[in-house]
Design a protein. Structure first.
Length: 458
């Protein structure tokens, strides 16, 4: 496999020389992977486990990957260097990672892949491991999208049976969203992330769920109770570490207009929002109206954001807005996580279609507005610190953002994602390994039941 690059030419020999049979293979691919997987990598190393850091190459430029790896002080032991369209990336990850795992298997190693969340890498890498009868540890397992029961909305928000957002009290909308009974399952958005996380689950031997709601989803899908651990989300460890370094950030020297806080950060990068013209224009229209009214706005322009501006003929317009309005910061992705957290900790509100940012805002106590029809972090909405703004009308999105702006009730929402999460994750893995393997045969599974155990062993 010439496409794979290694940190050391003796990569396989060095691992073969180690006495440990288990190789803990931490896989990274995207910025969220790096943020959430590196704390587990560090914890494994601290405990003396044989651990390898593998990069698939999904995010490969300096802003999206390189800068953050330098910031965290880690270097991948190998890189699969995948490139191309989605189907090409999937097949390359399965083929190339399957080769790496196969080589380690031939050398007598039991590989434990650690995959994160709902990325293409999580889906494909867990597949590659499973082909060798190695089950994964799924970090951030069980995230499923819930969507409000819009059929119930008129009964709550309107006497006429229809919804006119100009007449809706957003406090009533928030109250509606905070009731678990008003949500339904079944959405395939975000695409392909909901597919990815569900596929990864089937090749998983240890499910590390952030919250009880995720455990509820997995139990209803038939996954074994004794392999689901509610541990919180390792984004907490990374965020708190970045907060501790925030004073050293130079982000406010580069953007002094953000130093006083009182701004909204926009993040628009989901395929659904960036490919559908109606959705993107609705979000953009709300952002533009806020800028023209004098609100401070920060837009981090990601790859899909730029493509959407080009796709809908808005590139020149948004660049002109940035040139003519001092209260509008249009920026490339910031490579260092410390800068991101330093700025976001001062924000009045975050308007995002990201999953991880919904978690980070909960950690930071910053009001969040989710620019989707549903959410795969619905626990943060039910908890009150996040609120949904479906990307249909600019006016309703703007109204919801204004409601959430420095909203003190939303700032007081409970913290949901735990503490010392990486420690709890590795505790769970070590507990399973004491009892057997991460990949569990049917006989091993049935031995949980004493009567069947006697049948197997006389």
């Amino acid at each position: 496999m010439q496409e794979i690059t290694y940190r050391s030419p003796r990569f396989y020999d060095d691992l073969a020389d180690q006495s440990d049979r288990h190789v803990h293979l931490i896989l990274i691919a995207t910025k969220p992977d790096i943020i959430k997987q590196v704390p587990l990598y560090m914890e494994l190393k601290k405990r003396g486990h044989l651990v390898v850091l593998g990069h698939t190459g999904q995010h490969y430029d300096e802003n999206l990957s390189g800068g953050m790896l330098k910031e965290f002080g880690v270097e991948p032991d190998f890189n699969l260097n995948v490139r191309g369209a989605m189907h090409e990336v999937v097949s390359q990850i399965i083929g190339r990672l399957g080769y790496v795992i196969g080589e380690l298997k031939e050398r007598g190693k039991i590989v434990i892949p650690y995959v994160h969340g709902d990325t293409t890498t999580a889906m494909a890498a867990s597949n590659a491991g499973f082909c060798h009868a190695f089950s994964s540890v799924h970090v951030e397992a069980g995230i499923r999208t819930l969507t409000p029961d819009f059929g119930e909305l008129p009964k709550v928000l309107s006497q006429s049976g229809t919804i006119d957002w100009e007449e809706v009290d957003i406090a009533d909308w928030r109250k509606f969203l905070m009731e678990r009974k008003n949500w339904k399952r079944g959405s395939m958005e975000p695409y392909p992330e909901q597919f990815n996380t569900r596929c990864a689950e089937c090749a998983t031997g240890i499910h590390l769920a952030p919250v009880e709601l995720d455990r509820e989803f997995m139990l209803s899908e038939g996954f074994p109770d004794d392999r689901i651990f509610v541990v919180g989300n390792s984004v907490v460890d990374a965020t708190q570490d970045a907060l501790a370094r925030a004073a050293s950030s130079g982000i406010f020297e580069r953007y002094p207009q953000l130093a006083d806080g009182n701004f909204v950060r926009f993040c628009i990068h989901r395929r659904e929002n960036c490919i559908a013209g109606d959705r993107f224009r609705a979000i953009y229209g709300a952002m533009k109206a806020l800028i023209e009214e004098g609100r401070m706005v920060l837009l981090i322009s990601m790859i899909q954001t730029k493509k959407a501006f080009e796709r809908f003929g808005l590139t020149e317009e948004v660049e002109k807005l940035a040139q003519t309005h001092e209260n509008f910061v249009l920026s490339e992705v910031w490579p260092e996580y410390t800068d991101v957290i330093a700025a976001m900790s001062k924000a009045a509100v975050c308007a995002t279609d990201s999953g991880s940012m919904q978690e980070e805002m909960n950690v930071l106590g910053v009001p969040c507005v989710t620019l989707r029809f549903g959410s795969d972090r619905s626990e943060s909405i039910i908890g009150g610190g996040n609120i949904l703004a479906g990307p249909t009308e600019s006016d309703s999105i703007k109204k919801i953002i204004e409601f959430a702006w420095d909203n003190q009730e939303m700032r007081k929402a409970p913290k949901l994602y735990g503490e010392n999460v990486s420690t709890k994750c590795i505790d769970a893995v070590e507990g399973v390994l004491k009892e057997g393997g991460v990949f569990r045969t049917e006989e091993q599974r049935l031995q949980m039941f004493p009567r069947l155990s006697r049948t197997f062993h006389g």
